[in-house]
Ligand binder design. Sequence first.
Ligand code: 5AD
Ligand code: SF4
Length: 439
Amino acid sequence: MSDTTDAPKKLYIKTYGCQMNVYDSERMAEALGSKGYTETQSPDDADMILLNTCHIREKAAEKVYSELGRYKDLKAEKPDLKIGVAGCVAQAEGQEIMRRQPMVDLVVGPQSYHRLPAMEDAVREGQKALDTDFPEDDKFDTLRKRAKTKRGPTAFLTVQEGCDKFCAFCVVPYTRGAEVSRPADRIIREAQELVESGVREITLLGQNVNAYHGHDGGLAGLIWALDKVDGLERIRFTTSHPNDMDDALIDAHGTCDKLMPYLHLPVQAGSDKILKAMNRKHTAEQYIRLIEKIRAARPDLLLSGDFIVGFPGETDADFEDTMSLIRDVHYGQAYSFKYSTRPGTPAAEKPQLPDDVMNDRLQKLQGLLREQQVVTQDSMVGREVSVLFEKPGREAGQMIGKSEYLHAVFAHAPADVIGQVRRVRITSASSNSLGGDLI
Ligand code: 5AD
Ligand code: SF4
């Protein structure tokens, strides 16, 4: 037995990558809470440092190794400090992490972090612990209840994990595994627990969230079930695949008041040849028709997307097709990336484009997306929005929250607006935020 079990200890978690990792980090902190850990914001006074990592692009994985390098001195000063790597780099590289960085004590994949308390016992006894299984015992069954702490007004809730789509560039089907949906009743219970802790807005998360099938009515059915949760005022979901945007979900965007008018619907590219090579299983035209249908249901919806430039085989003409799709659709906000080769994915076998071509295309694409974002932001001036206030802003007396369209909104307001949805008239716009007055 470890003599340190359950003694008060400090945990520093650094989270990389997507919102699913943010959610997982919260759950890992709760799991280690049973071993006496409370969270600290500084690695210097931690008894355990946990990096919750992302493997989606090469740079994301490299960041983890350089961060680990920074803890070398700290570990030399404090031999009892334990260092762990969680998340998708842990899943993909496993033992290799301990080989590259021998100071790492613990490696845990995204499907096995409910076993962290037992792994912590092992590392306190001086062993190394590695678990990158896709275990039979479901982590959400083991980690049933959410910790009863006071929370801010917004929270993430993972409803679905993994992906069966196998886009040719993407590691997710390998690191997160096959699509698995959590049962709706468990999600509703967790939503109720979050609301009891002060949450007013829940973002449902999944790598392929609209493929959710834990409710007979799919994701739309789950949203309607959550619509009945008293005290829950707003529902969002991310990330979706165009081929899973069914009619019921589109309809919910037009009819469910709690479902916010914002949709992140990645298309990745606008050339049919590249979409086919990416294994996206839809054409540019089908995506554009889908957007028209969604906008018919909810005309003011703010659309967001993801784009990859420089996928193997992308010509200038293919790139122009992506630019043209962006002009047709008009995005309020978007994310764009240079193609990054991921070992083990089908596209990694193909000849890569020169970096200067990719850089040039990324710059052009981001220029166009920025223009569209500015137009969208400016169009909000003079309009009224509903803002869920989340926290104080930097200026005295200023509060910050999110509009229904997910704009960051600043307004002068009393501190008790935090946790409330208030109407705000927008008076100014910058590229990333809006300013306004309480009505
Ligand atoms: N290279 C570049 N971008 C990628 N993405 C996923 N895999 C890669 C890759 N290999 C992007 C996609 C996805 C987002 C989460 O990350 O645009 O939608
Ligand atoms: Fe990756 Fe998304 Fe494609 Fe799944 S749908 S393989 S998560 S890009």
